[in-house]
Structure formats: structure tokens, C-alpha cells
Write a protein that binds this ligand. Sequence first.
Ligand code: FE2
Length: 55
Amino acid sequence: MLQQDLDGENDAIARYIARVGQAEELHMYHLAQQLRNILAVEQEHAMDLEQALGK
Ligand SMILES: [Fe+2]
């Protein structure tokens, strides 16, 4: 179950990274920054899960 949660977090992280790139391509820098903030939270979640899984 934790591994599934981690997989979900990693999927979300990959998607947010792609969205940040798209926002910057469109010169929507405020949106890109908001997405980065969300991305940082998702990365923290992934790190917490990795720690819980002993990785
Ligand atoms: Fe999350």
C-alpha cells in the first residue's frame, strides 16, 4: 500500500514537472511558480514514503 502511494506521488511529480515546463513555455511564470510550490510538497510526500519504506 505504501509502495502504491509512492508510485502515485512519483507519477504526480512527473506530471507537475511537465506542467511547469509548459507554463514557462507559455511565459506564465506565476503559474509555473505555483506549480513548483505544489511540486515541492509532492516531493516531500515522496521522501516521507520512501523513508517509511526504508528506501
Ligand atoms: Fe502528495
